[in-house]
Design a protein around this ligand. Structure first.
Ligand code: GLN
Length: 195
């Protein structure tokens, strides 16, 4: 099988850990830092954790926003973790912004409160089994957008809240699988990319 090429948005946040994970799984990674990085072909896209407001602003300033949004709409497999999930969400209940808006879910930012900013748990992810979950000032998915329920598969819940979904080519995860040694979520994404 030919090596899959995964683009990782590398303007801010925890992108290096995703690159490490993907390379461990045998994929080739390219860092997206500027518009010219988008001229190449790639099989999948990772939007890492970090600060969604900063990443969203940089995507606009660097003129990468429309091209990435078009490619996701066109079916490019995309994996958003934490801030990356916020960038994908169609609605953000406690933020006036919408960023890429391609994933039909409503998220709440910093949903576990500032003091409870970080925590670790283990929960079942559909099709994979129990996986470690590290949450860092994480969002959660409040709801699937009305009328789109059939398209969105809930993959995991933690503390009764939706924390992982898949909708066709889009995988949205509220926690940080790149920070734990378990590779199965990255493997799942690589399979979505045809790997
Ligand atoms: N709190 C961040 C945001 O709202 C997300 C945190 C993270 O990605 N670890 O963008």
């Amino acid at each position: 099988m030919c090596k899959k090429k995964i683009a990782v948005l590398a303007v801010q946040g925890a992108f290096a850990e995703h690159i490490t994970r993907m390379e461990e799984l045998g994929a080739e990674c390219v860092e997206l830092r500027q518009k010219s990085d988008l001229e190449q072909e790639f099989d999948g896209l990772i939007l890492p954790g970090g600060e969604s407001t900063v990443q969203g602003k940089l995507l606009r300033e660097l003129d990468m926003f429309d091209s990435l949004q078009d490619r996701i709409r066109g079916g490019l497999p995309v994996f958003g973790t934490c801030a990356g999930l916020i960038l994908l969400a169609q609605e953000i209940s406690n933020d006036a912004h919408v960023y890429l808006g391609t994933l039909p879910v409503r998220v709440q930012r910093n949903a576990y409160g500032r003091q409870l900013g970080s925590f670790h748990t283990e929960q079942e992810v559909k099709g994979i089994g129990v996986v470690p979950m590290t949450f860092i000032r994480a969002p959660y998915i409040e709801a699937i957008i009305k009328g789109r329920e059939q398209e969105v598969e809930v993959l995991a819940r933690a503390e009764d809240r939706i924390v992982a979904v898949r909708c066709a080519n889009q995988l949205g995860i509220a926690f940080h699988p790149e920070l734990d040694a378990d590779m199965r979520i990255h493997e799942m994404f690589l399979r979505m990319c045809g790997g």
